[in-house]
Structures are given as C-alpha cells and as structure tokens.
Write a protein that binds this ligand. Sequence first.
Ligand code: PLP
Length: 464
Amino acid sequence: MRSHEAGAIHGQSGDRGPAWLKAPEDVNQLVPALWSSSVSKVDGVVTVAGESVLDIAQEFGTPTYVVDETDFRERARAFRDAFPSADVYYAAKAFMCTASARWIADEGLNIDVCSGGELAVALRAEFPPARIGLHGNNKSVAELRRALEVGVGRIIIDSYEEIDRINDLAAELGVTAKVMVRVTAGVEAHTHEYISTSHEDQKFGFSITGGDAREAVRRVLASPGMRLLGLHSHIGSQIFVTDGFEVAARRVLRLHADIAKELGYVAPELDLGGGFGIAYTTQDDPSTPLDLARGMLKIVDDECAALGIDVPHLSIEPGRAIAGPSTFTLYEVGTTKTVALDGGTSRRYVSVDGGMSDNIRTALYGADYSCTLASRASDVQPVLSRVVGKHCESGDIVVKDEFLPGDVAAGDLLAVPGTGAYCRSLASTYNHVPRAAVVAVRDGEARLIMRRETEDDLFTLDVG
Ligand SMILES: *Cc1c(COP(=O)(O)O)cnc(C)c1O
C-alpha cells in the first residue's frame, strides 16, 4: 500500500477528484456494495437493521462505530461454509472485543490473536483455547507461557529465539506445544498488484529462498517440547488478485513436500493466511468467499497433484473481510469551509467530530473511503468534498474525495462505510480525544459493546 506521513497528503485532484470517482446520479442513494446487508436509506435517513442513525446518535452520541451484527456473523459463516474442510481463523487484530469474539465462537470459527492483550480478550469471552492461535514476531516469554498454560491450539513460530523459548517453557510446564513455522514465500501482495521478490525485506517469517525456513523446521523437529503442525504463509492484506497467492502457495507447498522427502516428516497442516480484500469505494471489486475458496483450493489441489503429495489439512485467516464491511462510522458535522486551489478551482472541507483517532488508515496508508449524508435527503447539487477530522494535523483526513450535497452543514450526520476492520483496533487518544463507542445493531435493537472513553478514563492513566 502507498503510505504517507501524517500531514503530507495533498491531492492534485482539484474539484474533479480522482479519475475513478464518478459524480453520482442520485447523491441520496447508497452504493449497496459498500454497505452491510441490513443498511438502507428511509427518507434519506440511514437505517441499519431497522434502527435509524438519528436514534443511534441521540442515544450513544457521535462519533460511533455502528456494527451490523447479523452482517458480521453472516460473513464469518460464509467463510466457514465456503471452506468446509478447512479451519477458518478470524484475525482478531481487525476488530476485537468480547462481543465480537463470542460471535466468532458462535459461528464456529477459530481465532488468531497476536498479543497477550488479544489473548486475554479471547479468554475473557470464554473462547475455547484449543481454537485459539497465537501469532507475533516478538512474543514475550510471559505471553508464550500464558498461551501454553491455557492450552492454545497452535503457536505460529516466527524466530529462532522463539523455538528455544517455547522448548524451555514446554519442558518447564510439562506440555507439548503445537506449532507452525511462519515462512515468507518472497511474494508481497498489495491492493491490485503483487511483487515477487527473491529476498524478503520484512520482519515476519523465515525465508524459503534464503534457507532459514528449512533450518527452522529442522530445529522444531529436533525439539522434544514441540509438535510441528505445518507451515504458515500470509502474503499481505487487501488482496484482490490470486496470482500472488498462486506463486506463494507453490513455493510453500514445494517446501512442504521437501520436508517430507528430506526430513521424513509429513506435516499434517498448512495455513494459507488471510488478507482478502473488501470494497471501500467503487474502485474495489472483491471476490466472494466461495470464489476465493474455489480459486485457492484448485491451486492447492493442482500443486499437490503435481508434487505427488496428499493435500494437507488447510486453514485460512480472514480478518478484514469479516469485520470490515459490517460497520460504518457515524459522525456529526461541525464546520465547513471552501478553499481556493491553484488553477482557479476550489475544495470543500467538511469537518467531523472524530478523525485520525478513530480511523488512521487514510493518513497511514493513503486508504480511500466513501461516505454519505446520513441524517436527511438533499436536493442540492453534489459538490466534491473532503471529509476531515478535528485533530491538529493537516493529514487528518477521513475521506479524501467524495461527492456530498452542497448544503451539508453543521449538525448533519455523515456515515463512512467499511470501517469495521483496523479502525477501532488502531484507534488512539491523540489530542486527548476519547475513543469512540462501538454499538452493535441487530433486529432493530442497538446495544453498546464498547463504551465511549471518558475524560475520567484518560485521567485514570495520568497519575500525576
Ligand atoms: C493481519 C493478518 C491476517 C488478516 O489479514 P486481513 O487483511 O485482515 O484479512 C491474517 N493472518 C496474519 C498472520 C495476519 O498478520
């Protein structure tokens, strides 16, 4: 993904916007592909599962992340159903709280955590430990100890030091750790493109081409405190093409076959990672879980047949594709401004009551979002607008370019779809702005699942 330093984003788009952004025929209509299944507009007001955003804003305030619980569950189940013979691990880092962990458990998925904090939330939600996987390139001894004590189903090993640490802990606790070895296949996937590289300049995994992956497997197999489940490969996030995946799967399966041939160990499992893309704007055209499953399973079947090996038990790790589309962020507009641009054009700025503290992805990755006027219809001509937050950075942008009715004004509500993944989980209290609430809506009922932070919460940490 492209990345920008916060504060350094300047569009050259003027008042026409980027080429992909088309002026809407009816600015009051939603683009259904960008919204969760139970969202619609009734007389211009966004409603989710029968609950109007006017009521949500009144009861819970703004900004608020509004989760369509049924949609979240349906997406989890869709992956479960599309990969019936594989294990589906929800990547908790996309969005994690006790409620979402329970939804994932209810729908029969497993869960991946990558810190002691995420593990603690999963355990608090009474997630069955055998269905938890622990990730991370620098897990502490305390984190590993807790994972082994509670009996997590697998630990994904990411360094030589970790092999020794787990071995020591397993001996001390008298347990056998079930582990996978994370490998890098020399494939970097980005939105709409992938790069195949010969060496991997990143912190995750053991290199296949460099030989570290084989050495790590050798050491694990020689460790009495561990049982090797198999190899693990995750090539990136917000991926649309299967080409990068195909190259990576080939390389990983070849290593899997070599381990059987050279080391005499047939690993029972293989993890293919996550990273499946979602639609943030009309530029994105994601695959359904069923299409992904067909494509991925065919690649694996074909490659295993070519190598003359049995297909290992597979697992995948979707995060964003489950949580992302289920949620929109509800903001209230506070100020508007129109500024002159070079070339005689102008840009309309619409400021909302949140920003980079509740959604850092625009500033961090140059991510694109869309939005809609959520609290009323308008028959005023749409104007290309930039939705910005209330923080002290010029890069505090929520939606870089969107057509909004020209009369959007203070007191209006805006809704930004696709904010269920990597928004609340990356939220900060920058400028001492308390973190936003998360509300789950289901069958016409809105329920607080993470309350809004208060000034008292901020003071709790500031011990003077
Ligand atoms: C982040 C991550 C995922 C999930 O990525 P999404 O883009 O949210 O699907 C899966 N596996 C690993 C190892 C990850 O780090």
